[in-house]
Each structure stands twice: as structure tokens, then as C-alpha cells.
Unconditional design. Structure first.
Length: 373
């Protein structure tokens, strides 16, 4: 709050400096998206449409250390700045963030993470055009700091966040309704994926073994049950997908399944920049509403999204081969929104996940597989 008040006090001087720096031509653009994997993938339409409008501009994306790999091969991104929340904690951190942006000499700043530090940093960073959204969940301090944007678009609950982003971009002359997502793989990704799965003559079904948000997690027993049902009835392979932090989880699943010879584990074996090469080989992907689900959607892979607590009106797979399983009859669903994401169940039941049976997932998987293979 003190940082915001101090910025208010110095704002007349900052406005004068910004006015003196403003140019007619747009040569440098900063896009801030430091959220998780799924949010970044869902933001890629904005990167693409910005490139189309400003093909000669240098586009920099500020992303977190984990998701930056997803941008390394994106042709719509020229530069990546890695950032984490601790980088701009306290007054000194916020001043460093402002200095970093100021040194970039950006003409446009597009903030897809609407928070106080970025609102102030773009202003104090002397960016002439500063865009953001007003979240449906926003506190008093952010509303106070939002005056430092030159334009913001209010997010209305019930509308997809990417649609709000695209509406916001109209302020800089971008008019597009194309919200198709994109992911790009590294050059060596295909070879690495083939090393793991080899050459298969049967459908390959990917299953995510965990989730970054434990509130959404499917659970080991349910994952094992789904795998056993699929392998008992279908002539297919299962590939377990996850990060290096989930290797023990994958080992537990492997020990519990019946036909272990038909299960391949890719857990911890591929970087994010390589994972699209594996995902695009799948006949079907099964996961909760998390990052890899949106990667599969971007690659048009048939998928099952066990949505659990997530608000599907905010953000959801949009592919024609995506099936969403969600128990909307529960009074607490949805409790997880794009701009407000809890990490624990307030009623301690996780009913939105627990009430989805392995049988239900299996029957949807069988139907999708028969339709698309």
C-alpha cells in the first residue's frame, strides 16, 4: 500500500517523463504472464495476434522459471525474462522490477497477471501504453493501483478469460476472435519421445499421474483403477505423464496395475519443451484440469478433463474432441477460478473429484477411443 501511495505522489513527474518518451512507431512490446502452465498455454492466442499486428516489433514475455521452456520455440516470442514472486517482494524487489522494465524501453506493456506490483512497475518503468484486465476477484489495493494502466478490460464472470484478453487487445488495434492455443516443441523432442515409447502398433493413452494443485488431484487408487479397466478391455498402451517430482507416484501406480507390460512411464523423462512431441503421439489423454490437459487441447488430441473444482466458464479445453467431466450438482462447484485458485477443499471432502468414479472415466475413454481410432 505504501508503495502505491508513493507512486501516486510521484505520478505527475512520471507522467511527464512518459509523455516525453512516447513514440509513434511501436518497436518493443512486453507481455507479462507469470502464471502456471495451463494459463500460459491459454494465453498464446494473445502472443500470436500481437505478432500479427506488430510483425516487426521485438516481443518479450516475462514468464516464470517453469513455463519459460514452453516459449523457447514459440516464433511469436523474441525474448523471455524469467521471474518469480520472490523477485519483487518488498520495496527493494519492486524497485528492481521497475528498473528491469525501464531498461527494456518498451512501448507497450500487456499485463496478463493483474496484480499491484506489475501495475506499478509498468508505470514506474515508463511504459507509455499499459494494458491489463480488472479481475472479477480484485482487492481494494489493486483497484487503487489500476489507475496506473492506460486501459484495462473488466473480466465478467461467465466469460472466458482469453476472450477478455482479446477484448483488451482491441485497445492497441488487435481485432481477432481466434482463441486457438499453440505449443511448440524443441528440435530434438521427437527423437527423445521415440526413445521412451518406441514404435507402437496400438493406441497410446496418456494419463497424468498428478497435478500442481493437490485440490484437483485424481488420486492413486482412481488412476490405477482406470488403467486396469482400460487394459482389461482394450488393446492399447498406457503412458504415465508427469514431472520429476512425481516419479515415486508413478512407481506406485506401476506396482499396482495388472498388465504392467502395457504401461510406459515418461514421468520425469522429458522437459516441457520436449513434452509436446510425446503428447501429439497420443490417441487419447486423461487428466484433471491442469497444464498438460491444455497442452493436449492445443495439439487437438482427444482428451478427458476431470474438471473438479475449476470454473469451466473461465477457462476450459475448446477442442472438438474434448470431453469435460464435472459434477455441477454440488453447491460448492466451482470454487476455483482463473483469478482465485484455492489449494485446499474448504469443506474437506473434495467431493467434486471423489464423486467421479473410475467407471465413468473408463466409459468416456472407451467411447472417445472408438470414435477417433
Amino acid at each position: 500500500m505504501i508503495y502505491v501511495i508513493l507512486t501516486y505522489l510521484f505520478s505527475p513527474l512520471i507522467y511527464l517523463i512518459i509523455a516525453a518518451r512516447k513514440k509513434k512507431a511501436i518497436s518493443r512490446i512486453l507481455i507479462i504472464q507469470t502464471a502456471k502452465i495451463g494459463d500460459l498455454i491459454c494465453s498464446t492466442p494473445g502472443f500470436r495476434e500481437t505478432r500479427k499486428k506488430y510483425p516487426s516489433a521485438h516481443i518479450t514475455v516475462m514468464a516464470n522459471f517453469v513455463t519459460r521452456e514452453l516459449l523457447e520455440n514459440n516464433p511469436n516470442v523474441d525474448e523471455i525474462i524469467s521471474a518469480k514472486n520472490t523477485d519483487y517482494k518488498g520495496l527493494s524487489g519492486k524497485l528492481r522490477l521497475s528498473g528491469l522494465i525501464r531498461r527494456g524501453k518498451y512501448d507497450i506493456g500487456i499485463c496478463l497477471n493483474p496484480n499491484v506490483p506489475f501495475a506499478v512497475a509498468l508505470f514506474r518503468g515508463l511504459v507509455p501504453i499499459r494494458l491489463s484486465v480488472m479481475p472479477d476477484f480484485s482487492g481494494f489495493t489493486f483497484k487503487l493501483a489500476s489507475v496506473f494502466f492506460t486501459y484495462f478490460e473488466k473480466h465478467v464472470r461467465g466469460k472466458m478469460v482469453i476472450e477478455t484478453y482479446m477484448q483488451m487487445l482491441k485497445a492497441i488495434g488487435i481485432s481477432s476472435s481466434n482463441i486457438s492455443k499453440e505449443v511448440y516443441k524443441s528440435r530434438d523432442a521427437d527423437a527423445k519421445a521415440e526413445q521412451i515409447i518406441g514404435k507402437l502398433d496400438k493406441p497410446l493413452i496418456g494419463i497424468a499421474v498428478s497435478s500442481g494443485n493437490k485440490l484437483k488431484e485424481l488420486g492413486l487408487d482412481k488412476i490405477t483403477a482406470v488403467i486396469n479397466m482400460i487394459l482389461d478391455d482394450m488393446d492399447a498402451y498406457i503412458v504415465l505423464i508427469g514431472s520429476e517430482h512425481e516419479i515415486k507416484t508413478a512407481d506406485t501406480v506401476l506396482q499396482a496395475v495388472g498388465r504392467r507390460e502395457s504401461v510406459i512411464t515418461a514421468v520425469g523423462k522429458l522437459h516441457l519443451r520436449e513434452l509436446p512431441a510425446l503428447i501429439e503421439k497420443l490417441s487419447l489423454f486423461i487428466g484433471v484440469d491442469t497444464g498438460i490437459t491444455y497442452m493436449a487441447d492445443a495439439l487437438s488430441i482427444p482428451l478427458i478433463d476431470i474438471a473438479g473444482p475449476s470454473d469451466m466458464k473461465d477457462q476450459r479445453p475448446t477442442g472438438k474432441n474434448a470431453v469435460i467431466i464435472q459434477k455441477n450438482d454440488l453447491p460448492c462447484v466451482p470454487c476455483s477460478h482463473a483469478f482465485k485458485s484455492p489449494y485446499y477443499c474448504k469443506i474437506n471432502t473434495r467431493g467434486c473429484i471423489e464423486s467421479v468414479s473410475p467407471e465413468e472415466i473408463y466409459h468416456v475413454a472407451k467411447k472417445l477411443l472408438s470414435e477417433h481410432n
